[in-house]
Design a protein around this ligand. Structure first.
Ligand code: ZN
Length: 217
């Protein structure tokens, strides 16, 4: 009985969270990318990684601290496909070896992230468009975090939720909703923070922030 109650709570949590479906399919022909972003995306081949912006570089840090925009997913948008591929190549690059990446980390202020799904068989990388977290569990977890944009710093955060309810658009523009748990939930929280100009170091206690301040500014 306890199990079924728990299960029905989870299901209702899920259904309530998914109630606000929106249609994101469009035939719009205008590019979602600015001229500067288009130039950056086309500056290399589709299988070539992009340069990862660093918080230690003043110009890069302005972009890393900026908010990214939502956009309407057009599955036929070739430039979006090219960028999605290049962002994947960047997180999979041997120089990066990340478990997730967000578009602003390569200078593109659009809500796009790649995440390694440690909660799925074979731990695949998956892309998410317009991701946002609509619910955070009160239960927290301690996690040792690092970031491709913050070299040589790894610290433990204590305020990441154990579970989150995620909404996003998939590659064909369908709006989806999913509950994510454990370490994978932390990767989503970390990468979605990037879309709002927030870095994992913002989650550290004041003392720790002070001690690493001189290294990253
Ligand atoms: Zn990061």
């Amino acid at each position: 009985m306890k199990f079924s109650l728990y299960f029905s709570l989870i299901v209702s949590f899920f259904i309530i969270g998914c109630a606000s479906n929106k249609n994101t399919t469009s035939t719009e022909t205008n590019s979602i990318f600015s001229k500067g972003e288009t130039k950056l995306i086309l500056s290399g081949a589709t299988d070539e990684p992009m340069r990862v912006l660093l918080i230690t570089n003043p110009k890069d840090s302005i972009i890393l601290r900026s908010k990214s925009q939502d956009f309407i997913v057009n599955k036929n948008d070739k430039l979006l496909q090219t960028f999605t591929n290049r962002l994947y190549q960047t997180v999979r690059d041997s120089a990066s070896r990340g478990v997730g990446i967000a578009a602003p980390q390569v200078g593109i202020l659009k809500k796009i992230i790649w995440i390694q799904r440690f909660d799925k068989e074979n731990e695949p990388f998956e892309v998410y468009y317009n991701p946002r977290i609509t619910k955070y569990s009160d239960l927290k977890q301690d996690v040792l975090e690092g970031c491709l944009s913050i070299p040589d710093i790894r610290e433990t955060t204590h305020d990441r939720s154990y579970a989150v309810l995620l909404e996003y658009d998939n590659r064909t523009g369908q709006h989806k909703c999913e509950m994510i748990e454990a370490f994978t939930a932390v990767i989503f929280q970390h990468e979605i923070d990037h879309l709002n100009g927030i870095l994992f170091t913002d989650h550290l206690e004041q003392e720790v922030k002070e001690s690493i301040k001189h290294k990253i500014e």
